[in-house]
Design a protein around this ligand. Structure first.
Ligand SMILES: Cc1cc2nc3c(=O)[nH]c(=O)nc-3n(C[C@H](O)[C@H](O)[C@H](O)COP(=O)(O)O)c2cc1C
Length: 432
């Protein structure tokens, strides 16, 4: 079970009285989140990331921005390096895109973080869901999805080759004979692909986990194939337990077809959590937060989720047909297109469902009720774990630590202490 870090997950959560008053560029707040997660014995913190400030062309929306749209955030690996110095066990999962960076810089950053954290680093491999990111790198057009995934596949292979540059015992540091390293224990990867090329060796010694844990967040055909080939963990975006089960079964089959052990893949489902000390408190908070979403914000949020500008359509009219693929994320687009058509929903009705859960499932209730839902998903094979989007921080985070985790522990569904020190150990993945 991982934990979505930082700001309140609900788009209006930051405005609630129970939320921290100021969080922008606050390392102390993020360290507090990490410590809460570690006290709860969670596997990891997860930090999503993008590479552009959005909504600048719509001044009203820009001013009403939400922290979850990330107009001002730390570079995630730099942040995780700082957090690593204030924690000892919690895994540190952060995002980097393969579309504009180079394998050398990404491999070096994550190997460094793995050393700095004593084996707690993970890279969430994405190809970038926001087409506007391209301009931040001086590229006029975001490549289409096939090209992005083609590059991502080569990119990950190149990073793996770089991480494997040095044997664990390559740096002998023999003072007596003046030998710093053993040259028989280095390889010189020379990766040449269609999209990326790199010559090693990496200038970072083999890291404590051998290689950082690889997460992937894509859901499309290309995303699923990339995960099956390379990932240790995949984030699933599923609106309900059936969709999650279909996704998990599909990923395990793809992995087995590629000759990789299907049971060594961890499928982590993203859910929004609305916890209360009573059911009334939970549902009340859910309603209260949703009432803070203006129609303009709701339409914009939905538009981003489905990669379509919906501002020109009547809000109480039907959703436009979204069956065509676009440059950007497509899985939520497809799921919401099907939902709107099946239930004949207006744009307003769709955003009222999507905003609270960011298009995923919303778990609303007391710790026992939320634990029931998680148990159902987990025991029925829909997933191996959850990335919990805490609706109001720190209120929800504290309830996760103080009520939800103890409830899961009572049911024998969650650890009472860490068995190891590395993230691979927490996730029961082999050390490489
Ligand atoms: C839990 C989760 C976390 C994600 N984090 C990021 C992120 O940090 N940065 C990003 O650009 N996209 C992120 N995405 C979006 C995915 O990278 C991807 O674009 C999306 O799931 C659609 O899949 P596709 O690109 O294969 O169509 C995330 C998706 C999920 C489900």
């Amino acid at each position: 079970m991982t934990w979505l870090v930082g700001n309140s997950y609900h788009a209006a959560g930051w405005r609630h009285d129970l939320a921290w008053d100021r969080t922008t560029m606050r390392l102390d707040v993020l360290i507090e989140v990490a410590k809460l997660a570690e006290q709860a014995k969670l596997d990891a913190l997860f930090i999503a990331d993008g590479n552009a400030v959005r909504n600048m062309d719509t001044p009203d929306l820009f001013e009403a921005n939400t922290p979850s749209a990330r107009p001002a955030v730390f570079d995630p690996v730099t942040l995780m390096a700082a957090i690593s110095q204030h924690t000892a066990r919690i895994g540190l999962v952060s995002t980097a895109s393969t579309t504009y960076e180079t394998p050398w810089s990404v491999a070096r950053r994550y190997a460094s973080l793995d050393h700095l954290s004593n084996g707690r680093a993970a890279w969430n491999v994405v190809t970038g869901s926001n087409p506007g990111d391209s301009l931040s790198f001086g590229v006029a057009r975001h490549p289409d999805r096939d090209e992005r995934y083609g590059r991502a596949d080569e990119f990950v292979q190149a990073c793996i080759a770089l991480w494997d540059s040095w044997d664990e015992d390559a740096f002998v540091e023999r003072k007596d004979i003046g030998q710093y390293l053993d040259s028989s224990k280095v390889r010189t990867p020379d990766f040449r692909g269609k999209y990326v090329s790199v010559r090693g060796p990496l200038n970072v010694a083999r890291s404590p986990q051998g290689r950082p844990v690889l997460f992937h967040a894509g859901q499309s055909e290309g995303g699923r194939q990339l995960a099956a080939r390379h990932a240790d963990c995949i984030f699933a975006a599923a609106v309900n337990v059936e969709a999650a089960r279909e996704f998990t079964t599909d990923l395990r089959c793809r992995r087995a077809d590629l000759g990789r052990d299907p049971d060594e893949l961890r499928v982590i489902v993203s859910v929004a959590v609305y916890l209360g000390r009573t059911e009334e408190e939970a549902t009340g908070l859910y309603r209260e937060l949703n009432s803070l979403i203006t129609p303009a914000l709701g339409v914009d949020f939905l538009g981003k989720a489905v990669s379509e500008d919906l501002a020109g359509y009547p809000i109480d009219g039907p959703m436009p047909d979204l069956s065509g693929a676009v440059v950007g994320g497509n899985s939520i687009r497809g799921q919401l297109d099907a939902l709107a058509k099946a239930e004949n929903l207006s744009i307003r009705q769709v955003y009222e469902r999507v905003v609270p859960s960011v298009g995923n499932a919303a778990l609303i209730g007391t710790a026992a009720q939320v634990a029931d839902m998680m148990e159902d998903w987990f025991v029925s094979g829909a997933c191996d774990g959850f990335v919990l989007g805490a609706s109001i921080n720190p209120f929800t985070l504290r309830l996760i630590r103080d009520e939800l985790v103890p409830e899961l522990q009572r049911r024998g569904l969650f650890r009472t202490d860490y068995a190891g020190t590395t993230l691979r150990e927490h996730l029961r993945l082999p050390l490489l």
